[in-house]
Ligand binder design. Structure first.
Ligand code: B12
Ligand code: SF4
Length: 619
C-alpha cells in the first residue's frame, strides 16, 4: 500500500512556512531549557555487502537533520547517539549535563526496527517522574508508525508520539507542546496536556497513543499526511548537527562531551547531504514517488556549494553522498546545480578542488545528460549509482537494454565518473543463460565489460509503502519462517531470500553469492591494477578490495540461511503486516497508518531498496 496522496495542490508547505516556524521557536526557546537525546537504531546483523563500510562510516543524515533543527532554534543541549558506534547505549542510563534529558528521540529504518523497539522499551523503564517524552521518527515510523507502539502488557514500551514526517512536523509538534508547557513542567506532562486538549490534531504527520496503562497503547490517533517542504533551502544548515555526535564507545551511558570535531572526518569520512528528493518514475516496487507526493524537491546550487564548503571548512569533510532518489530527475534543475558547483569558489579556492561527491541516478537520465557528464566531473562528481535491475527488461519493462546501459557506463567512464550498477535478482532469472543476456552471470559480465566499478545484487523484495507489497503476501511469496527460524526485520534487506515462488529458493540465495564472487575476486583486482591508468584511476582496484572483504561477511551471514532454504520447511504468510492497535484519524475515520485491514501475523514489511532506475515504459 502506498502512502496516500494529499489533495492536489496541497501536497507542499507554503513557501516560507518552515522558516517561520524556525523563527517562532527561536523566540520560544529562550524561555524553555530543553535537552534532547536522538538515537539512531542500528542492527549490526545487517552489516554485509553491498553497504558495508557506508553503513557505519557515514553518519546518517536523518538524525543529523533533526539535531540541526533543534540547535538551529536554540536547543543546543542535544546529543546524537548512533547504535552503529555505541551498541551498548541504554536510554534508561542516559544523562545529559547530569540529568535525564527532556526528550528522547529515536530514528530507524525498517530493518533496524527490533533495535528501535528495544530502545523505546528501555526508555520506558525510566522512573515516570523523570521519564522523557519519547518521539520516534524516520523511515520505519513513516511507513509503519503503529509498530512503534505496544499493545502487549507483557512487553510494555511505546513511543509517546511518532512523527511520520520531516523537520517541519517535529518543530510544529515541539511548538504545540511548548505552547502549553508551564515553567519547570516536564515535556512529557506538557505533551499529555497538549494531546488531551487536541492541540496536536492540527499538526499533520503525527501518530500518538491513547491509553491508561503506562507503555501500552489502546488506541492510536493519526493526524494525517504531512505537507512537505518544497524549497530545500529552507532546511536548517547541516553543519549544526555534526557537533552533537556522541563519541564511539562501549558504555551504556553518554559521555560528558560530544565528539571533538577534528575526529569526525576520521570516523565518518563521507557526509550524506540532502540535495534533491523525489523521482518522476513510478516503479511499482518503490515507495519513493508516493512518499514525495509525486513532487520533486531541490536545494539550490548555491546552497549546496555553501554546505559543502562549510562542512569542509569546519570538519575537514571532503566526500559527500547525495541522499537523492534520482539526481538527474529534472535536467534543467540538475544543470543549474552542477554549473554552480563547477564554478563555486570560496576564499579564492575552487570548491571542486576540495569536494568530491557521489549520488544515485537512472540509466535513462544518464543518457539524457550524456553531453554534460564532463561538467559533472568538473563539478566534483566521481561516482554514480545506477539501478540497472535486469538488463533484458524481462523483470520490468521500462525501455532499458544492454546497449543503453553499456552506452551510459562507457560515457561515465570516459568522463572519469565511476558507474556503480545495482542489480535486482528475481525468481525467473537463472544463474547463467546460454546465448542470451538473461542469466545473472551474463549480466554481471556485461556490466563489468561496460566499465562497472562496483556491484550490488539484491533479491527483488517489494518495499513497505510500495504498490507491490500486498500482492507479495497474498500470492503466498512471503516467508514467515524457514526451518523453524522466523524471518526477522533485519533480514528484509534484499540480501536474504525471504519471498519467492521458486521451487528451490536456496538456488536464489546462492546465485546472488555467485554473482558477487564473479565480480569481486583476485583476478579482477589484478586486472583493475593493470588498468589503473584510465580516467577512474585506482578506484576499481580499491572497490575490489572492499568488495572482497564485504563478500566474506555476506557469505558468513547468509550461507546458513541458504542451508535452511535447502533443507528446512518453508512457512508462508498470506497477509501483509497491519496494526494490532485500532488506529483512527482525528475525525474518527480509519486511516492508512493502520496498514492493510488484516491482522499482523508475521515479520514486518519486506524491504527492498528501490533505488534507481530504471526507465519506465514510454521513456
Ligand atoms: C543514503 C541512503 C542509504 C545509505 C545510508 C548510509 C548512512 N549511514 O546514512 C546506505 C547506502 C548505506 C543505505 C543502505 C540501505 N538502505 Co538506504 N537510503 C539512503 C537514502 C537514499 C538517503 C537517506 C538519507 O540520508 N536521507 C536524508 C534524510 C534527511 O532523510 P531521512 O533519513 O528520511 O530523515 C528525515 C525523516 O525521515 C525524519 N526523521 C528521521 N529520523 C527521525 C527521527 C525523529 C525523532 C524524527 C522526529 C524525525 C526523523 O526527518 C528527517 C529529516 O527530514 C534513502 C532514501 C531517501 N531519499 O531518504 C534510502 C533509504 C533510507 N534506504 C532504504 C533501505 C531499504 C536501505 C537498505 C535496506 C537497502 C537494501 N538492501 O535494500 C540498506 C540498509 C543498510 C543498513 N545496514 O542500514 C529505505 C528505508 C525504507 C524503510 N522503510 O526503512 C530508504 C528510505 C529508501 C526507500 N526505500 O524509500 N541507504
Ligand atoms: S525505483 Fe528508482 S526510478 Fe523507480 S520510482 Fe523508485 S526512485 Fe524512481
Amino acid at each position: 500500500m502506498e502512502l496516500p496522496r494529499r489533495a492536489r495542490g496541497d501536497e507542499l508547505l507554503e513557501p516560507g512556512a518552515l522558516i517561520r516556524v524556525r523563527n517562532r521557536l527561536r523566540q520560544t526557546a529562550k524561555e524553555h531549557e530543553l535537552s534532547s537525546v536522538i538515537a539512531c537504531a542500528f542492527d549490526h546483523r545487517t552489516r554485509m555487502l553491498p553497504f558495508i563500510f557506508a553503513d557505519t562510516r557515514m553518519i546518517p543524515a536523518g538524525v543529523r537533520a533533526i539535531g540541526s533543527a533543534l540547535v538551529d532554534v536554540g536547543f543546543e543541549r542535544t546529543r546524537i547517539v548512533l547504535q552503529q558506534w555505541n551498541r551498548h547505549f541504554q536510554p534508561s542510563q542516559m544523562q545529559l549535563d547530569g540529568s535525564v534529558p527532556d526528550v528522547f528521540m529515536v530514528s530507524s529504518m525498517s530493518l533496524h526496527a527490533e533495535r528501535c523497539k528495544e530502545l523505546i522499551r528501555d526508555a520506558c523503564r525510566i522512573d515516570p517522574a523523570h521519564r522523557p517524552l519519547i518521539i520516534a521518527g524516520g523511515p520505519h515510523a513513516i511507513y509503519e508508525p503503529h509498530d512503534l507502539f505496544s499493545a502487549d502488557p507483557a512487553r510494555p514500551g511505546s513511543a509517546d508520539v511518532v512523527v511520520t514526517g520531516e523537520e517541519f512536523v517535529l518543530l510544529s509538534l515541539i511548538e504545540a507542546v511548548l505552547s502549553v508547557r508551564a515553567r519547570g513542567e516536564s515535556m512529557r506532562s506538557a505533551f499529555i496536556r497538549a494531546r488531551d486538549s487536541r492541540a496536536l490534531d492540527g499538526v499533520p504527520g503525527l501518530v500518538y497513543a491513547r491509553g491508561t496503562k503506562p507503555g501500552i497503547a489502546e488506541e492510536l490517533v493519526d493526524t494525517g499526511m504531512q505537507r512537505l517542504v518544497a524549497d530545500l533551502d529552507e532546511l536548517p544548515h547541516p553543519v549544526l548537527g555534526y557537533r552533537l555526535m556522541e563519541p564511539p564507545g562501549r558504555q551504556t551511558t553518554l559521555s560528558t562531551h560530544a565528539m571533538p570535531v577534528d575526529e569526525l572526518r576520521l570516523r565518518s569520512p563521507i557526509s550524506s547531504l540532502v540535495l534533491t528528493f523525489g523521482c518522476k518514475f513510478a516503479c511499482p516496487y518503490c515507495p519513493i514517488p508516493a512518499y514525495n507526493q509525486r513532487q520533486h524537491r531541490v536545494k539550490s546550487g548555491d546552497r549546496i556549494a555553501d554546505e559543502m564548503f562549510r562542512l569542509n571548512k569546519e570538519y575537514g569533510l571532503r566526500h559527500f553522498f547525495g541522499a537523492d532518489d534520482n539526481f538527474f530527475n529534472d535536467k534543467a534543475r540538475t544543470l543549474d546545480i552542477v554549473e554552480k558547483l563547477a564554478r563555486a569558489e570560496f576564499d579564492g579556492i575552487k570548491l571542486r578542488n576540495k569536494a568530491r561527491w557521489y549520488t544515485e541516478v537512472t540509466v535513462h537520465d544518464t543518457l539524457q545528460m550524456k553531453e554534460h557528464l564532463p561538467l559533472m566531473r568538473e563539478a566534483g562528481c566521481r561516482a554514480l549509482w545506477l539501478g540497472v535491475e535486469d538488463l533484458t527488461a524481462t523483470l520490468i519493462k521500462k525501455g532499458q537494454s544492454a546497449d543503453k546501459t553499456t552506452e551510459a557506463f562507457r560515457a561515465l567512464r570516459d568522463a572519469g565518473i565511476c558507474p556503480m550498477p545495482m542489480m535486482m535478482h528475481h525468481d525467473s532469472q537463472p544463474l547463467y543463460s546460454r546465448g542470451s543476456n538473461y542469466g545473472l552471470l551474463n549480466q554481471v559480465e556485461l556490466l563489468r565489460r561496460a566499465g562497472a566499478v562496483s556491484l550490488q545484487v539484491l533479491m527483488l523484495t517489494p518495499a513497505v509503502g510500495s504498490k507491490l507489497l500486498e500482492s507479495t503476501y497474498t500470492s503466498g511469496q512471503a516467508f514467515r519462517s524457514v526451518g523453524g527460524k522466523m524471518v526477522h526485520p533485519h533480514m528484509c534487506d534484499g540480501n536474504y531470500v525471504v519471498a519467492s515462488k521458486h521451487k528451490h529458493p536456496w538456488r536464489k540465495q546462492l546465485t546472488m553469492l555467485a554473482g558477487y564472487l564473479y565480480f569481486y575476486n583476485p583476478v579482477w583486482l589484478a586486472v583493475a591494477l593493470a588498468r589503473r591508468k584510465t580516467p577512474v584511476a585506482m578506484k576499481p582496484a580499491h572497490l575490489q578490495i572492499f568488495g572482497m572483504m564485504g563478500l566474506m561477511m555476506t557469505i558468513v551471514r547468509t550461507s546458513g540461511w541458504a542451508v535452511r532454504l535447502m533443507f528446512g520447511k518453508i512457512e508462508r504468510l498470506s497477509q501483509p503486516p497491519a496494526s494490532q492497535i485500532p488506529v483512527r484519524g482525528v475525525d474518527g475515520a480509519p486511516t492508512h497508518a493502520a496498514g492493510p485491514a488484516v491482522p499482523n501475523t508475521g515479520p514486518r514489511a519486506l524491504v527492498r531498496r528501490p533505488t534507481r532506475p530504471r526507465v519506465t515504459a514510454g521513456q
